[in-house]
Write a protein that binds this ligand. Structure first.
Ligand code: G1P
Length: 276
């Protein structure tokens, strides 16, 4: 059973400056809920209740968000305003939260490696909270992937087809199609030029990783942009064993970009948000 999920949240959020100068980008609200809470709710829904964050400087607001605010609680206790806290209270009841820091920004692979002390020797999920994945009334993307993990027992990446001009923004996979929406990975390249891309199947920020990924990451040299790339470590896993790529059911918004963030806000306001 997978119980753990890792959230790398140390990134600077430069595309949202000045909003993110003293506030973590993960705390930017999509309507009335911070981005990171959507990811944590998806994790809890998938049964991954031990939630670990790899944080960095200036990210304390994330830890505070998943902790009790006694002053606020006592101030609004018994009033109608309490209902505004219901979603975060539910999250805090279900989840167990722990935190560690990434002291140097050496890439996603390095962030995951820093999470080893929270994860130990168990398979685990990874959520990049910039990628907001919405599935309506269907099960969330992580829950879909946990079901696949229980079947295949290997690392799994979520993928989505992207247009040619987007390919250089993602990890791109190639693989053998096992059935509709499911591939066994044979190649993976981090942010390739379109000329070098093996396909237009892009990795989205949801992963299930087997714990041997930590040993692989320790031996993975810096790759694209001089950073330790999770994509490179996953390619090693694919070559030595098996990695599956899953075209998930649902919608994804790139909330790391202003356009994606605005699209997500409009979508959530019109289709998901329920005023309390
Ligand atoms: C990371 C990964 C990339 C993946 C992307 C999904 O890149 O390195 O392989 O496609 O997340 O959002 P980032 O966007 O953090 O640069």
């Amino acid at each position: 059973m997978i119980k753990k999920c890792l959230f790398p949240v140390a990134g600077y959020g430069t595309r949202f400056l000045p909003a993110t100068k003293s506030m973590p980008k993960e705390m930017l609200p999509i309507v009335n809920k911070p981005l990171v809470q959507y990811g944590v709710e998806e994790s809890l829904e998938a049964g991954l209740t031990e939630v670990g964050f790899v944080t960095g400087r200036g990210k304390r607001a994330i830890a505070d968000h998943f902790d009790v605010n006694y002053e606020l609680e006592s101030e609004i206790k018994g009033s109608s305003k309490e209902q505004y806290l219901s979603s975060i209270r539910e999250v805090m009841e279900k989840g167990k939260f722990s935190f560690t820091r990434q002291t140097e920004m050496r890439g996603l692979g390095d962030a995951i490696l820093n999470g080893k002390r929270l994860i130990g020797d168990d398979p685990f999920g990874v959520v990049l909270s910039d990628d907001l994945c919405l599935t309506g009334d269907d099960e969330g993307v992580l829950a879909q992937m946990v079901r696949l993990y229980n079947q295949f027992r290997c690392s799994i990446v979520a993928i989505q087809e992207v247009p040619d001009d987007q390919v250089s923004k993602f990890g791109i996979i190639a693989g053998e199609k096992m059935k509709e929406g499911l591939y066994q990975v044979s190649d993976m390249v981090e942010k390739p030029d379109i000329a070098d891309a093996p396909s237009n199947l892009a990795i989205i920020g949801r992963y299930i990783l087997t714990p041997d990924i930590f040993d692989v990451l320790e031996n993975t040299p810096p790759g694209k942009n001089g950073e330790v790339q999770l994509t490179d470590a996953l390619l090693t896993q694919a070559q030595n064993g098996c990695v599956m790529a899953y075209k998930f059911k649902g919608q994804r918004f790139d909330c790391g970009s202003v356009e994606g963030f605005v699209d997500a806000t409009n979508y959530v306001y019109n289709n998901v948000y329920k005023p309390v």
